[in-house]
Design a protein around this ligand. Structure first.
Ligand code: NAP
Length: 256
């Protein structure tokens, strides 16, 4: 039976697994990096942990007789996406990237678009402000260079060790959040600016909508460049690629 590997860690990867779980013509495994202590449940088989670089991933694809790879990782997870492109070329199997479109500003948004985390730190300015960091734990370190601000940090798992910042408050919570919840959170902490990555998707948009309704500035970190590989934006398009773009038919022709 053809074997599909999904590189996951996103809601889209989980939804894709759910959509494919009942299929009798396909064996599906989702791969997680292992960053989250209690990851959300998946509907298909799960493997956890790094592969050991692009060469390790290529070796895994061959050893597990994987016929197609869908890279459904987060748009900011650039290393694993680059490895996916290199490894699938080495293993001669098809690759599809499932990547949600970025958010676009709408009327009322006060976005300052910046290229990366360092530019976001610089954009916070020298005047002390109350700032909500809606970022992953691995993104927070550079903000230690701007200790003049008071920070509110929300993350799924505790930030451990805490940041070297005198004025930081931590909230542990797993989304999705509602706009009303985030408005209440930003209001309760008298937040003046939000720093966010342009992740796209509905699950983490609430803070952007809440900032808009409160008239707050958002320092929006642009997406890094993605590898030039076939890319779709929705789970339905990814399933169509599997079913209609001859990906599975080609695997069956090879006698899988
Ligand atoms: P990254 O910087 O692109 O990858 C770093 C290393 O982590 C990779 O080289 C690989 O290790 C391992 N890795 C990453 N994703 C993996 C996966 N799905 N399965 C197995 N190994 C994986 O990744 P990241 O930005 O740290 O993100 C890690 C995971 O969290 C991703 O799966 C991503 O979808 C999810 N995530 C990331 C963000 C974000 O903002 N970056 C947000 C939400 C969710 P080896 O080289 O050893 O193979």
């Amino acid at each position: 039976m053809p074997r599909l590997l999904i590189l996951g860690g996103t809601g889209e990867a989980r939804e894709l697994g759910e959509s494919l779980a009942g299929r009798a013509d396909l064996t599906v495994t989702v791969s997680l990096a292992g960053r989250t202590a209690r990851p959300a449940a998946q509907a298909v088989a799960v493997r956890v942990g790094g592969f050991g670089g692009a060469a390790g991933l290529a070796a895994y694809l061959r050893a597990q007789h994987i016929d197609a790879l869908i890279d459904a990782t987060h748009p900011f997870a650039v290393t694993i996406s680059a490895h996916a492109a290199t490894a699938t070329a080495a293993a001669s199997i098809p690759l599809l990237a499932l990547r949600r479109p970025p958010w676009r500003p709408v009327a009322g948004d006060r976005w300052l678009n910046v290229a990366d985390r360092d530019a976001a730190v610089a954009a916070t300015g020298s005047t002390p402000r109350r700032i909500f960091l809606a970022l992953g734990r691995q993104d927070l370190g550079p903000f230690e260079r701007a200790p003049q601000h008071a920070y509110l940090v929300r993350s799924v798992d505790p930030v451990d060790p805490p940041l070297q910042l005198a004025n930081a408050t931590y909230v542990c919570a797993r989304g999705p959040f509602s706009e009303a919840d985030d408005r209440a959170l930003l209001g309760a902490h008298r937040i003046e600016a939000v720093v966010a990555k342009n992740s796209g998707g509905a699950a983490t948009y609430s803070k952007i909508a809440a900032a808009r309704s409160l008239g707050l500035a958002v320092i929006m970190i642009a997406r890094p460049a993605a590898p030039a590989v076939p890319t779709v934006e929705t789970v339905a398009e990814a399933i169509a690629w599997l079913d209609h773009d001859h990906t599975l038919a080609a695997a069956k022709d090879r006698g899988v």
